[in-house]
Design a protein around this ligand. Structure first.
Ligand code: ZN
Length: 372
């Protein structure tokens, strides 16, 4: 039987205990645990250093690599060569429990698990390693969301559509040559996930004021800094030259680290993520995570009374979608997601809990921001 999955909803209340990370007891406890990646190797061509990077866990041990179907044969060969052994490759079709179990099965007796690819393989590898208490290394081939460094993972088919608490990767190896050649849509999606920190932090501040929830100013500032990369430099960033891609990857890693410092997804995930998660239910497989979060950020920024036009312009400049039709979602799905988003995670107080949108006010919000 699999160990239980832990839903994270606040500060960690019991250092050393690997269960019951509930928010009620943690808020009372007054302390929280920070779990952070130990090392990051970033630069052009660093894939060749993967063996050295993982040596403490891979030398003389079986290595399991969780990867997506879109990982090119060139990358696979580079991984095999760098590791100096042929690892057990497990192809991840979907980020679900079944695939997590496949990786766990393959990883029996292994020294570590490496996730090579985009979101799915990193999420599945991270959860499998967490359950087996094995070191996990993240090797992103695109920069589409902050899961490449965060302690969280998203799985499909669970009763709750938001991220699960796992552990951050022990190491992140980001080869800028590989990530730069990812489709631009994925890189633009990463910008959408970054810009969402703006409203996530606003929601966190609101929850602190209204509910007395712990608020970590340092991790909030760190998350905001990563959003500013997109808000202040969208035009040059949107060309996605190698320097820009490196900045984008570093900002995504930094956002994941902000969550690690907060001991919570609060600095990275607020009402705009709840909106995105509800769209995942209503319109599965439409739009990428960061694309939906970006569109959500435009509307949540307006609810918070901050400069939503700047968010919209920045997203447009990097080539990320700003209208529902661009991700194949219809008006009624946007409206329903706005109305019901807060219900999927009632413990997370956000601007949507405060404003309690009706169908009418939700439609007005979406129309006034040109999302529909
Ligand atoms: Zn996200």
């Amino acid at each position: 039987m699999l160990p239980p999955i832990y839903f994270y909803c606040g500060r960690i209340g019991a250092i050393g205990l690997n269960h019951d990370r509930g928010c009620a007891r943690t808020v009372e406890s007054g302390y929280h645990l920070m779990e952070l990646p130990t090392k990051v190797l970033i630069g052009e061509g660093v894939i060749s250093k993967l063996g050295e990077f993982t040596r403490e866990s891979s030398a003389g041990r079986k290595v399991v690599v969780a990867s997506g179907s879109n990982v090119t044969s060139k990358v696979r060969e580079a991984v095999d060569l760098a590791l100096g052994q042929i690892p057990v490759w497990v192809e991840i079709a979907t980020a679900d429990t079944e695939n997590v179990e496949s990786v766990m099965k393959a990883a029996s007796g292994a020294g570590c698990i490496i996730g090579v690819g985009g979101g799915k393989s990193v999420d599945v590898g991270k959860l499998a390693a967490f359950r087996l208490t094995l070191p996990f290394y993240s090797v992103p081939t695109s920069a589409s969301h902050d899961g490449i460094s965060s302690p969280f993972a998203s799985l499909k088919g669970l009763d709750r559509p938001y991220s699960l608490m796992a552990k951050p990767p022990v190491g992140i190896l980001a080869d800028i040559d590989i990530i730069s050649s990812a489709p631009r849509r994925l890189l633009a999606s990463g910008c959408g996930d970054l810009v969402s920190k703006l409203t996530a932090v606003k929601d966190w501040q609101l929850a602190h004021r209204v509910k007395g929830e712990y608020y970590g100013g340092y991790s909030a500032s760190l998350a905001l800094m990563s959003a500013e990369l997109v808000l202040e430099r969208s035009k040059s960033l949107g060309r996605f030259g190698k320097d820009s891609v490196r900045d984008l990857v570093e900002a995504l890693i930094s956002a994941g680290v902000a969550a690690g410092i907060a001991g919570s997804s609060r600095p990275c995930s607020g009402s705009e993520h709840l909106f995105s998660h509800y769209l995942d239910i209503l319109a599965p497989d439409r739009g990428l995570h960061g694309e939906k979060c970006g569109i959500g950020t435009i509307m949540m920024a307006k609810l918070h009374g901050i400069d939503w036009r700047k968010v919209r312009t920045s997203l447009k400049n990097v080539g990320a979608p700003v209208e529902a039709s661009e991700i194949g979602v219809d008006d009624s799905q946007i409206v329903e997601s706005l109305v019901k988003a807060s219900s999927i995670r009632p413990d997370r107080y956000t601007i949507l809990s405060k404003r309690r949108l009706t169908s009418r006010s939700a439609r007005t919000l979406a129309e006034s921001t040109s999302v529909i």
